[in-house]
Design a protein around this ligand. Sequence first.
Ligand code: MRU
Length: 370
Amino acid sequence: MKVNGKPTRTIWVEAAPAGGPGAVGIIDQTRLPHHLETVTLTTLEDAAHAIKAMLVRGAPLIGATAAYGFALALHGNASDARLTAAYDTLYATRPTAVNLRWALDEMVRVLTPLDPAAREAAAWTRAGEIADEDVEICRQIGLNGLEIIKEIAARKNGAPVNILTHCNAGWLATVDWGTATSPIYHAHDAGIPVHVWVDETRPRNQGAALTAWELNNHGVPHHVIPDNTGGHLMQHGMVDMVIVGTDRTTADGDVCNKIGTYLKALAAHDNGVPFYVALPSPTIDFGLSSGFDIPIEERSGDEVSHIWGRTPSGEITTVQITPDGSPVANYAFDVTPARLVTGLVTEKGVAAANREAIAALFPERVRAAA
Ligand code: MRU
């Protein structure tokens, strides 16, 4: 997508001195929306830190960063032991998004059979392919989701299609386009009037900080809303569809996504609002049936007890919003059962959220997981 008119991805390879370690550029998402800053990663530890501290986040981008981190790790030592160390370090960064494991498994699959002398170059090639594949997958998700928005628009006689989304499943969460936002960008670019309700997404505010920043940049009409507003909007016919991303969806169609997604699905179900999940196939865990077997990340309580933002004087600061001594809990994800999901918008088409429909779109992945 464009930032200040310039086509921009969330992760890219930077020029590095010949024979020296490689370098990868990222947008530091902890600084948005108030500052657009980039960071250069040159080591395995840099990449692991970027994922763990959420300079990069969102399931597909976590996967792409892990792939580049793997390539960075192999400079000067591409032994079998180094492959294992790189895998373990990156795998330990965040537990829920399955794209991380998918990308690491993919790197190991490609690199292990090679002579160690050939591994570093091959790692850069495969990491670049994973990033490029993500862009194309997200573009296809957008085209498939566009058909859903078109159908709703056709019933609205030119009135905007109101779309509610949670967290940031935008281009910042992927390499480009986004998952949930890709259909929205495609619709907007095709001249279909759309308006987005952006859940702020406490505690880290990925909606308020990141999705709103993206939509603003692209000129898509939107309002940021407190997380508990969606039910009210749905009761009053102000939401035509919900579309969210996911960090891991099981072979049976249970959807794990940012905490609060489940409540939106319940409200959508109660009000007859279609609830779609946009996802690339590397987000499907073909080895898992129940969403309740997905590890749910628990993060620092500081994210709940404190909030950061910009003061009127322009200072970026963090303030405490809970009383001293009040314990907090910070579960980062929840599970929406398949029965509440209207459809899964993938790069291969829209599937019902059940084992048969998912397997029909991705038979080769089902075979590989067997
Ligand atoms: O904790 P985050 O910001 O990494 O969580 C991100 C989400 O929950 C996204 O909705 C999900 O990864 C889908 S991104 C295309």
